[in-house]
Design a protein around this ligand. Structure first.
Ligand code: SAH
Length: 211
């Protein structure tokens, strides 16, 4: 497969959806999504699909990764210096985020997926990406405060730790509520938040504890 040509096609379809940040699209042009999938699914890597990665979890659709990352950059008004991602999964979104931020911390609660992501990401040599194993409901044990927290798993409400670990002016982007909506929250002064709803969402659930 000439993956660069197929990947450009995917990125052009994302650009055509409108409202995507150029820096995010450039990062998606560089990250080989097929390397994050089992060989049997690699041929579908550049379609706009969520696909299984094992352990009942999925790799997010490219359009969902592009939208969430774009909302985050737009809300911050520029390049984030430090992002926390909740739900590493296979590591694809973490690699995209590492292309648009100074530093990325990504936490996963399923050890086998944490290790899968480590293997998938090794060849990309992203020196600014740190993979953490643990329950991301409590945020990250290191790295806080963050400019942004982005979750790939859906919750009814944002866990308090995510909001606490944001710097003032920082932004959370996460699927929240029932039915799920991709939601953005900006931390204002005095513990207040500005919240807005982006679009309908269908993410796997946020779960507590580690496996
Ligand atoms: N970011 C991935 C998406 C993975 S799906 C991508 O690039 O496609 C969401 C992931 O969130 C799953 O791997 C799931 O195990 C993980 N998850 C769910 N609850 C979690 C929690 N409390 N802490 C950390 N990870 C969690």
């Amino acid at each position: 497969m000439d993956s660069q040509a197929v990947r450009s096609g995917m990125v052009e379809r994302l650009r055509a959806q409108g409202g995507m940040e150029p820096a995010v699209l450039e990062a998606m042009l560089r990250v080989p999504r097929h390397l994050f999938l089992e060989p049997g699914l690699a041929a579908q890597a550049y379609l706009d699909n969520a696909l299984p990665i094992g352990h009942g979890q999925t790799i997010s659709k490219p359009s969902v990764v592009a939208r969430a990352a774009s909302v985050l950059l737009q809300a911050l008004g520029g390049r984030p210096s430090k992002i926390l991602e909740i739900g590493t999964g296979c590591g694809y979104q973490a690699a995209v985020l590492a292309g648009v931020a100074g530093e990325v911390y990504s936490i996963e609660r399923i050890r086998a997926l944490h290790e899968l992501a480590r293997r998938n990401l090794r060849a990309l040599r992203l020196a600014n990406l740190r993979l953490l194993f643990g329950d991301g409901m409590a945020g990250a044990g290191i790295g806080a405060p963050f400019d942004a927290v982005i979750s790939a798993a859906a919750a009814e409400h944002a866990p308090a730790a995510w909001l606490e670990q944001l710097r003032p002016g920082g932004v959370l982007v996460a699927p929240l509520g029932q039915p799920q909506r991709l939601t953005a929250m900006r931390k204002l002064a005095a513990g207040r938040f500005e919240t807005w709803s982006v679009e309908d969402a269908r993410f796997v659930p946020l779960k507590s504890g580690i496996l």
